[in-house]
Design a protein around this ligand. Structure first.
Ligand code: HEC
Length: 140
């Protein structure tokens, strides 16, 4: 094998795992934890509930908009567009907590670690919904 070719193979070996790991984890794999979702719930009650009900973020409507997209997109959306009357007014950590709560509302399982308030890291997590899941009353 020539030098150039070996280089190309080496480059491919480096690139493939790197791109494959992008958006590889799923939101069904336990990507936030319970404490974070509980904090998010408090923020939501104060900043979001005046305009929203759980239905606007769960079930079919959530599935239609967000299925297959990365968590960084949802994070980007809420952190630049919400709360609608004062977009971007919360701290990045509060938006990450809200994200955890949105996942919890969608009955995605909690895990050991918190979601980071970091769009690069959030890009590696793919939103995978359970389209049949109804909003659960206890999460409101
Ligand atoms: C003043 C009213 C208002 C407040 C407060 C508000 N929202 Fe919204 N939100 C809206 C409206 C209206 C839309 C529909 C899209 C639009 O018009 O921009 C929306 C859309 C959304 C969506 C997209 C829904 C979807 O999946 O298609 C998300 C997610 C969201 N809001 C989250 C939040 C969060 C989190 C907060 C609290 C930080 C919040 N919103 C606070 C009015 C509000």
């Amino acid at each position: 094998m020539g030098y150039r070719r070996r280089l190309a193979v080496l480059a491919a070996l480096c690139v493939i795992p790197a791109t494959r790991s992008l958006a590889q984890r799923s939101t069904l794999a336990g990507v936030y934890n319970a404490e974070q979702a509980a904090r998010g719930r408090d923020v939501y009650a104060g900043m979001c509930r005046s305009c929203h009900t759980a239905e606007s973020h769960t079930g079919v409507s959530f599935h239609k908009t967000w299925e297959g997209r990365s968590l960084s997109e949802l994070f980007g959306y809420i952190s630049t567009k919400m709360p609608k009357n004062e977009p971007g007014s919360l701290a990045p950590e509060e938006y990450a907590d809200l994200l955890a709560y949105l996942l919890k509302m969608n009955q995605m399982p909690a895990g050991p670690n918190e979601l980071p308030a970091d769009t690069v890291a959030l890009k590696t997590i793919r939103i995978e919904t359970r389209p049949t899941a109804a909003p659960s009353r206890q999460n409101r």
